[in-house]
Design a binder for this molecule. Sequence first.
Ligand code: DP6
Length: 355
Amino acid sequence: MVYQATVSAPVNIACIKYWGKRDTKLILPTNSSLSVTLDQDHLRSTTTSRADPSFTKDRLWLNGVEEEIKPNSRTATCITEMKRLRANLEAKNPNEPKLSQFHVHIASKNNFPTAAGLASSASGFAALVKSLATLYQLPSTPSELSLIARQGSGSACRSLFGGFVAWEMGSSPDGSDSLAIEVASREHWPEMHALICVVSDDKKGTSSTSGMQRTVETSALLQYRIKHVVPERMKLVSEAIKTRDFNTFAKITMQDSNQFHAVALDTEPPIFYMNDVSRAIISLVVEYNRVSVDAGGPIKAAYTYDAGPNAVIYTLKENAKEIIELIVKYFPQANQFRDPFGLFGENGVQGKVVD
Ligand code: DP6
């Protein structure tokens, strides 16, 4: 008998940012967050898990390279938690094979290049947890699995769903209510698109994990943000998504990206994630929206930046082509510009490669 399962999970990009943990081991956040899943086929992690009595230890390969699973690491925690769920199922169904007692081999691959500058930990941990859930034939819901993916990487809990997803911070010290829920499906607002502008594929900088911890320890602005800003924004953005109100969605998304980068700057020592090109893209989007609004039109684009310089621009499909053309016109030196939604056909749009 071969016990093996292959699944994939998508990348997600937050419009209300998660930044800060109240419990670093369980990965419990200091605020709720909300994201849009990029659920196109070409931005996914695909993971195969296999359990076999002949395996002598748990092993993991990422993009073909074996990674050590250190005791008590996030990967080890996810595997242990999934085996625990399987053991519970076996206890209830004595005829089930005792897969929880076998070691597992896990191989994960991203179908997007590392050079795309997208964090792969979210899709990676979501795919890992989902593949073990499939292998173990667990009846768990995506929200239940999000409790475990969260312990791999916080943002991973949001990649268990497609569409629009909230990670509710919860209040329980054991983390049992810190989970992801679907706000709306992809089908609810199919016009929503995300354009990824690769500003730099440089891997250097401060990781999310260490950066956010430093922010928690040193930023007064973060305390204000988590108490007085995020709760209201979560409500407003969820409502905007439910009513397909792009204007409100866009305004809050840009404000929240700005505030996330402000708390990074308020950290000691300060953390800079955006660079001059990132800021120039902000100016372009601001100007693009101003021209539209001054003519009595809507806000047409919303930028957001994670812990790096690359821009993600949310827009409705009708404006996507115009924005891509604008970016390519003003940033011809950008070394890559991808069109993950196929608006420009198979090969997408490529900016000029300078070096
Ligand atoms: C800026 O989920 O990568 O992308 O929980 O320490 O693994 P860990 O952090 P991670 O942080 C993501 C931070 C962010 C915002 C977000 O995705 O909400």
